[in-house]
Write a protein that binds this ligand. Structure first.
Ligand code: GUN
Length: 285
């Protein structure tokens, strides 16, 4: 029997409905949640992602402002924009779309956003809270979307072996921390481009979260029958179309699998809306 293919769009829509209700409550109190998105450069894919974020804001009743900067921008200019947004009491969430133009330090940018407005959850303060097992801060959207998928599908995680493929600051590392946290209780391995024996580690894993950004790197022969496979990768193929990190034949082996597109992507946006609502509530408390 093939894997159950998870509809991230539908789970995400449920979250957007909850967020919409929370937004209405805040509007009744005279507060309109407001997300500011900064985008530097002309990368077409980034412009599509930002448009999708604006659409989700419209769906939830969140006000959105887009600030576009040229490809020739520098870090000083981005920091000036972030500083103005930090000081604007009517802005509750700030996101600087990644990637920024070459040579600009993304960690410095993440660190310049007020932790209370850091809806990406990339500020060292928010990541530090997560490291300490404090889930009360703003959590990175993609890993929290993955946890919501696992919970929603009733995946057994306690004591199970979870493998995170990829060690990025914004997906792999926080993902591993969230899977290992108390209450989720998975036994977590992080593998990356320098890991030896990835295929064997994969075969022993009950949960695989693939976030390497390498099209179709996870093969059917790597996967334990019945495993829960979450595909975070999204690459544009030269021949056209999108590919995740997981090969299509994995759907014949896994028990559950997220598609690309339509799996983790819509969940990331839904969690961004949820973080923006949380920021707006907490800033006004
Ligand atoms: N680029 C692709 N995904 C993301 C995201 O979640 N946040 C930001 N800031 N940039 C991105």
């Amino acid at each position: 029997m093939g894997a159950q293919i998870i509809d991230g769009k539908s789970i995400g829509q449920g979250i957007l409905q909850d967020v919409s209700r929370g937004v209405l409550d805040l509007i009744e109190k005279g507060i309109r949640p407001h997300l500011a998105v900064v985008i530097a450069g002309e990368d077409p894919a980034s412009h599509v992602y930002v448009r999708n974020k604006e659409r989700a804001c419209e769906t939830c009743g969140i006000l959105s402002t887009k600030i576009e900067l040229p490809d020739s921008t520098n870090i000083e200019e981005i920091l000036r924009v972030v500083d103005a947004l930090n000081r604007d009491s009517e802005v509750h969430g700030i996101l600087v779309q990644s990637p920024v133009p070459e040579g600009i330090d993304e960690v410095a940018i993440a660190s310049s956003i007020l932790p209370s407005k850091d809806v990406d959850g990339f500020h060292p303060h928010n990541l530090g809270r997560l490291v300490q097992g404090d889930l009360g801060g703003l959590l990175p959207c993609t890993p929290s979307g993955v946890i919501r998928i696992l919970e929603d599908c009733g995946a057994e995680m306690g004591g199970k072996r979870a493998l995170v493929l990829g060690r990025s600051r914004i997906v792999g590392v926080p993902m591993a921390l969230m899977l290992a946290q108390k209450g989720v209780d998975a036994t977590v391995t992080i593998a990356h481009s320098r890991s030896e024996g990835v295929e064997d580690i994969c075969k022993e894993s009950d949960i695989i979260v693939a976030a390497m950004g390498v099209p179709h790197i996870v093969k059917g022969s790597w996967v334990k029958p019945g495993a829960f496979v979450v595909d975070v990768g999204i690459s544009r193929l030269e021949e056209g179309g999108l590919a995740g990190d997981v090969s299509p034949e994995v759907s014949e082996i896994a028990g559950w699998m997220t598609p690309v597109p339509g799996g983790v992507g819509p969940m990331t946006i839904a969690m961004l809306m949820s973080n923006t609502l949380k920021s707006a509530k907490e800033i006004n408390n």
